[in-house]
Design a binder for this molecule. Structure first.
Ligand SMILES: NC(=O)c1ccc[n+]([C@@H]2O[C@H](COP(=O)([O-])OP(=O)(O)OC[C@H]3O[C@@H](n4cnc5c(N)ncnc54)[C@H](OP(=O)(O)O)[C@@H]3O)[C@@H](O)[C@H]2O)c1
Length: 315
């Protein structure tokens, strides 16, 4: 399974009052192509994730007015720090996360200051407890007066949008940058589903109950996804060749439960935070698991799993 998790748009749930009779255009970030649709218009962008940052910035160059609405604050991370892409800063998985978190937070705070100084909402969580919002330009565009921060949308009426603080603006376009659903439309929901983006897999790859179903790229890394997908593919390859053996079903369940508990502890509760991984930590843990599973396979005589044998014979 490698069907991705950023293609099925999540619209605001429930829809805002008046959304069905709003006279302007409403679109989800997923169908955004370029900023020509904003030329000369009044635009409201909703969200504080990376889509909202990029789309608000692009709108700010051509729109008459751009408003950035958010129900929650975010720590905004510049794209480059000390002349390096931010995800290439030293991040040793052997150093406890809390220490790494404090060091990176201090660096960001020194560079940009708190978001509320730009008129954005104050984050209600510590740095690192939400999927990072990375933008090199949003603060600059706000500082230049080309984007006006607003609280969450409260309702839509005719051509107007009302916000949580009671203020109202004229709007031609509302862009919902409200994230995505994990979905598997080709499976019956009672076979496999991810309600509210929850899906329990062993290290994001092996389904604990459904043998022969492996997932690639169903994870949200802090860092690039491609090397992780490659590492997962190699791991599945080991398994299919009989060179890796899974832990016992009870151990799988324990590992999944521990992983879920760690994610709940680390991240604020949100449908955005159900498949998070840290790039370096994930690679390190996967490597350790592959070696442990190779040893298990050796003691079991390198048996190729029955499911894999069946599919190879079928092919
Ligand atoms: N340049 C880039 O690298 C780039 C650009 C775009 C996207 N991406 C990636 O693509 C993925 C998706 O990003 P995304 O920004 O589209 O989605 P996202 O990260 O899931 O963010 C969704 C945002 O919408 C808010 N939201 C959701 N429902 C809402 C509601 N009903 N009312 C008000 N606010 C609501 C969320 O707030 P809460 O936090 O309160 O839930 C959050 O701020 C991420 O992995 C992101 O890093 C990367």
């Amino acid at each position: 399974m490698a069907n991705g998790h950023h293609w099925d748009p999540r619209w605001p749930e429930p829809a805002f009052p008046g959304a069905d009779t709003f006279e302007g255009t409403q679109l989800h970030a997923h169908s955004y192509v370029d900023n020509s649709i904003f030329a000369g218009k009044d635009v409201v962008v909703l969200g504080m994730g990376n889509s909202a940052m990029d789309i608000a910035v692009e709108s700010s160059y051509v729109a008459a007015n751009t408003y950035l609405a958010a129900r929650k604050g975010a720590w905004i991370i510049p794209k480059y720090v000390f002349g390096k892409p931010v995800d290439q800063l030293p991040n040793n998985p052997r150093i406890p996360f809390a220490i790494r978190q404090r060091m990176i937070h201090q660096t960001i705070k020194t560079l940009t200051g708190p978001p509320e100084r730009y008129g954005l909402p104050k984050p209600d969580h510590k740095f690192g407890e939400a999927h990072p919002t990375v933008s090199g330009r949003i603060l600059d565009r706000i500082a230049h007066g080309t984007i006006a921060p607003k609280p969450n949308i409260a309702s839509l009426q005719g051509e107007r949008v009302r916000f949580g603080d009671g203020s109202e603006v004229h709007a031609d376009v509302v862009v919902y940058c409200t994230g995505y659903k994990i979905s598997f439309p080709f499976f019956d929901a009672d076979f496999l589903a991810a309600p509210d983006n929850h899906i329990e897999l062993f290290r994001r790859v092996f389904h604990p109950q459904i043998a022969g179903l492996y997932f690639i790229g169903l994870l949200q890394p802090l860092g690039a996804i491609m090397p992780l997908a490659e590492a997962q593919s190699a791991w599945i390859g080991d398994y299919l060749r009989g060179e890796y053996a899974l832990p016992s079903p009870a151990e799988l369940q324990r590992d999944i439960a521990a992983d879920q508990a760690a994610m709940r502890k680390r991240y604020i509760a949100s449908k955005r935070h159900t498949i998070q991984v840290d790039f370096d930590d994930y690679i390190y843990a996967l490597d350790t698991e592959r070696r442990g599973g190779a040893e298990r396979a050796r003691t079991r005589g390198f048996a190729v799993p029955i499911r894999a044998r069946a599919s190879i014979a079928g092919a």
